[in-house]
Structures are given as C-alpha cells and as structure tokens.
Design a protein around this ligand. Structure first.
Ligand code: HEC
Length: 155
C-alpha cells in the first residue's frame, strides 16, 4: 500500500456547532431518499412492462378484451371482465397458472399440475377438460398478476 496518502482537511472551519459529517448527512439524506424512491419506481415500471409482455405473449386479450373489459366472443371464447374480478392475488395466480378445469380458461404455467401442484392436489396429470397452454414461467405469471392488480382489476 505504498501509494496511500491521507489527505487531510485544513482545520479552521468557522462553524463548530456540528461535526462536518453531521452536516453532510443532513444534506445527503433527502437526496438518498429520492434516489431510493426513483429506483423503486423504475423497478415497478420494469415489472409492469414484464407483466404486460406476458399478457401479450399469452394473448389474454383474445378472450378477455384488449383492456380486460371482457371478451365479446365470436372467434374466441368470451372471457369475463377481469376489471370486475373478485379474485385476490393468490386466486388470480392459481387461475392463471392452472386454468379453470371444465372451462375454456387455459392454464398458462409451464409445468402446472405435473411439476407444480394445482388447487391443493398432489402433482400429477391435469384433470380431464383442462385446457393447457403452458407458455409462461412462474416469474412471468407473477409479473402478470402484478400488472393485472396495478392496471386492470378494479380500474
Ligand atoms: C381461450 C380464451 C381465454 C384466454 C386466451 C384466456 N382466458 Fe381467462 N378465462 C376464459 C374464460 C372462458 C373464463 C371463464 C371461465 C368460467 O368461469 O367459466 C376465464 C376466466 C379467467 C379468470 C377468472 C376470472 C374470475 O373472476 O373468475 C381470470 C383471472 C383469467 N381468466 C385470466 C386470464 C389471463 C390473465 C389470461 C392470459 C394469460 C387469460 N385469462 C387468457 C377464457 C380465456
């Protein structure tokens, strides 16, 4: 460590009421908070983008309408309005991951039923009459649920 030099501050500051570190902390604290808030916001925005990408990738809009308002039917089965759903985060995650057996709502999670237990049953083959379109990862499903809760449910 030959090149290390301690660079000292010249003494003689006229303000002796608080040590300089304390004044620096008072100055820095609000900025630090702002930086944290900005980072959290950027993270949220990225998360919602991932969720919207999953929404587009799975084609939820084909049955539920482009803004989740409910599908009109016709070429695709009519899905109900997701804006008016009463399902909470856990139930949304389950419905999207595992689908709704006996209806035309597919399960989207890769490995649903066989690798990841659904509706409390042991892992195994999906029940008859379950439509599976396993194109989403667990992370994509989670981001999608974040997106629904932020932008669609009750909006
Ligand atoms: C092929 C058409 C179709 C597609 C594509 C589809 N759904 Fe559905 N979805 C349905 C139908 C039909 C129902 C209603 C099932 C029933 O209860 O009869 C439903 C129900 C749901 C429900 C339950 C709503 C409630 O309040 O009970 C949720 C949540 C949901 N879908 C989310 C999604 C999401 C998110 C996607 C995209 C990953 C998606 N769906 C893609 C047809 C579809």
């Amino acid at each position: 460590m030959a090149g290390n030099k301690v660079v000292g501050q010249p003494c003689g500051s006229s303000r002796r009421d608080k040590p300089p570190e304390a004044r620096a902390a008072v100055f820095i604290a609000p900025w630090f908070g702002l930086i944290l808030a900005t980072a959290a916001f950027a993270q949220d925005a990225g998360r919602l983008r991932d969720g919207e990408a999953a929404w587009d990738k799975a084609g939820c809009l084909q049955c539920h309408g482009s803004t989740g308002e409910g599908g009109a039917g016709g070429e695709f089965p009519a899905g109900p309005s997701l804006r008016k759903t009463r399902l909470d985060r856990a139930a949304l995650t389950e419905a999207i991951s595992c689908g709704l057996p006996g209806t035309q709502m597919p399960g989207w999670l890769d490995g649903a039923y066989t690798q990841r237990a659904c509706y409390g049953f042991p892992t195994g083959p999906a029940p008859d009459e379950t439509v599976l379109t396993p194109v989403l990862s667990a992370d994509e499903v989670e981001a999608l649920v974040d997106y629904l809760l932020a932008k669609i449910v009750e909006r």
